[in-house]
Design a binder for this molecule. Structure first.
Ligand code: UN1
Length: 496
């Protein structure tokens, strides 16, 4: 029996269409090696067409009342809920993470749809008293224009929705460039947006490489905002290039997130949080826990509890509900993970478990990596400073809480941190002194909710936040309106 592999298309101006130069690329299931489809390998010409379509649609979409835009997003939420299982399965097949996590990924999209649907009836600006009599002042949110969303493979539905839904409710139009490892999830999401009643041209999708499609978006004069999630290296490049044209750029990049376990912690609870945050999604989250900072009083005891649990994690195809940890996204990522393990050994860290590929019967050889734990890690080692983006956890022993705070804060990143303590004073101090954008008290480093700002300090981003009300700032321009109804010339700041 031969099964035909489907060919997918870009979505531009309300029409599905092949890349203008006719080129395609194949995408594969990282667990099984199965070919999942052929996707357009687009060029600048496709980007030009998509941006032109978004630019044209902007003139109409910005005038649609925001509550109506919100209603469409509400329908998107309903459709995503109806298709949750289907989307989760598409995502597990192309990305590898286990079904319970891909369902969670879709759920974040559903949550964001409903949340931003509500924003259609808020989009709060504000009024304040002004200095002069018979005069008013208010600040309003205007849409910015065409937004380019450049999204990664690790959250193939959630991250595009975090960018697109706030942008859409605010009246912007979109060109989405999904990661080449997970185009099908994005295609299905765009189909659902159309089904919900989004007008032609408001959302466009262009598949292809970062070098071609990403680059064309960054340089296009009609792209007003670039919202990028991905590696620090690529994000820095986006910022530098886009600076030429003074585009607004929102960057969401890496993390080197730590769980701190103090002597007074509930260790059972800590073990659960560490396992979930370090090895869930095969460690391929920007919020993943990759450092464990442990006070010496509980160091050995914690590792005794943690080690067997790590070794019991079941690797396999994410479609199997019994599996805990899916494959690594692709061969180059796996090579990078293993290279870091070798670096860690070279630096003198002790490899406690893992550190090698795992073979899973019947599945692609060389696509699984054993959950890995290093101890005797010093804070300045590369494995404790650089983002690995894989199932590798480095344990750093500290004497005091002060030392734990210093170690936590001394990396190039600042996304998420977590502390396990049963002492209210320590928790309170952690709130003040840990310098990440997100902090969890008595829970792991992952699991941010969409109604609160998401993002980090230092090299994690460039000062913007996604999600929550703060997420709207990236996609809106403040416009201030003064109305003088005195009927005469009144001069602010001038003594009469
Ligand atoms: C990411 O890894 O890029 O907080 C996003 C979390 C998820 C989102 C992670 N809600 O772990």
């Amino acid at each position: 029996m031969t099964t035909t592999v489907q060919t997918f298309q870009n979505f531009i101006g309300g029409k599905w269409q092949a890349a203008r130069e006719g080129r395609t690329f194949a995408n594969y299931n990282p667990a099984t090696g199965e070919t999942l489809g052929h996707f357009p390998l687009s060029s600048t010409a496709d980007v030009d067409a998509a941006v032109a379509s978004a630019r044209q649609a902007f003139e109409h979409w910005r005038l649609v009342p925001a509550p109506k835009r919100g209603e469409i997003l509400f329908r998107v939420g309903e459709l995503l809920s109806r298709h949750k299982e289907e989307l989760a399965r598409i995502m597990t097949r192309e990305m590898g993470k286990v079904l319970k996590e891909t369902r969670g990924d879709v759920q974040e999209g559903i949550d964001m749809a409903y949340y931003m649907a509500g924003e259609g009836r808020r989009l709060f600006g504000y009024t304040v008293p002004v200095e002069l009599p018979n005069k008013s002042g208010m600040a309003l949110r205007d849409p910015v224009g065409v937004v380019a969303c450049i999204t990664p493979w690790n959250f193939p539905i959630a991250i595009p929705t975090w960018k697109m839904f706030p942008a859409l409710v605010a009246g912007n139009t979109i060109v989405l460039k999904p990661a080449s490892d997970t185009p099908q999830s994005a295609l299905r999401l765009v189909e659902i947006l159309q089904e919900a009643g989004l007008p032609e041209g408001v959302v466009n999708l262009v598949c292809g490489s970062g070098q071609e499609v990403g680059e064309a978006l960054i340089h296009h004069p009609d792209v007003a905002v670039i919202s990028f999630t991905g590696s620090t290296e690529s994000g820095r490049h986006v910022a530098v290039e886009a600076a030429q044209s003074l585009k607004r750029v929102s960057l969401e990049m890496g993390g080197k997130n730590a769980v701190i376990v103090l002597d007074d912690a509930d260790l059972e609870l800590a073990v659960e949080g560490i396992l979930w945050s370090a090895y869930g999604t095969t460690g391929q989250r920007c919020t993943a826990c990759s450092r464990l900072i442990v006070q010496r009083g509980v160091h050995d005891h914690l590792l005794e509890k943690l080690l067997p649990r790590i070794e019991q994690l079941r690797l396999g195809d994410g479609l199997d509900e019994q599996v805990d940890v899916g494959p690594v996204i692709n061969a180059s990522q796996l090579e990078k993970i293993h290279a870091y393990v070798e670096i860690g050994q070279g630096e003198g860290a002790t490899l406690v478990t893992g550190g090698a590929c795992a073979e899973v019967e019947g599945l692609t050889s060389g696509s699984f990596y054993r959950p890995t734990l290093f101890k005797d890690v010093r804070p300045e080692m590369r494995i404790a400073q650089e983002e690995i983006f894989g199932p590798v956890l480095s344990v750093i022993a500290v004497d005091t809480f002060d030392e734990a705070i210093a170690v936590n804060n001394q990396t190039p990143f600042g996304l998420s941190s977590a502390i396990y303590t049963q002492n209210i004073n320590n928790a309170q101090r952690a709130m003040r002194d840990l310098t990440t954008g997100i902090l969890y008290i008595n829970s792991g480093t992952t699991g941010a909710e969409i109604q609160l700002p998401f993002g980090g300090t230092r090299g994690t981003g460039n000062g913007h936040r996604e999600a929550g009300i703060a997420g709207l700032d990236v996609f809106t321009e403040w416009k201030v309106v003064y109305t003088d109804y005195s009927g005469k010339l009144q001069k602010a700041q001038i003594d009469s």
